[in-house]
Design a protein around this ligand. Sequence first.
Ligand code: VGL
Ligand code: ZN
Length: 241
Amino acid sequence: MADLEADGHFVPVIIVVDMQEDFCPPDGSLAVQDGRSIAPLINTLLSQPGLVMRIASQDCHPPDHISFANNHPPPNNRPFESFVEMTNPHPSPGRDPETKLQQLWPVHCVEGSPGFAIIPEIEADKFDLVVRKGKHPQIEMYSVFADAFGNIDPTVTMQSVSADVTSELQAKGVTDVFVVGLAGDFCVRCTAVDAVKAGFKSWLIEEATKCVVPANWEQTKDELRTAGVSVINLDHPTVRR
Ligand code: VGL
Ligand code: ZN
């Protein structure tokens, strides 16, 4: 990471997103192809000196979470395929549209279940903070910074997430956020985009993520770059905005 310090002031953190059993083969209910294989690289990144914080997130849902296909009636309840309307239970004027289409998933990462656990291949003792997100039954939360409606009021977001990550990073004077983990096209993408929105330089390390739908990754990368995220490769930490 030393070669990224070009413009002087560099206070980096890493956010390791959702390296949980349910997102990993062989048994995860929402297993991402080769998801487990990125653990050694993530451990290497975690041991880089100079990181002021090492943060993990855990997807953390109640059994009645809106994203679970089996919480909706047929026929529109096919995991991966169906979408349902999700309404912001905390409307506030002048904000994002108050309904969104929510993609449905198999039951995953139910708090306390085996699939909720961070995989043992990850050196979890290195984390300073473990953030649990997606706790509110009626709201999806892919990003560790904000829920699907962009709610930012702590009285609202703290029903969804266990920590106010933006404030934690600001308190440490963080400049740069490195995002890795699972899944590249969902929680990693949303976290990297929201890091930009929160005012940080946001880097997504391509070799340290895997996608639910790998075929869409090239397009996802274009969208990430448009949103201001630097998608980088470790052997070529070149920025293409
Ligand atoms: C995720 C789908 C549903 C993720 C979480 O961690 O990318 N994807 N919940
Ligand atoms: Zn989830």
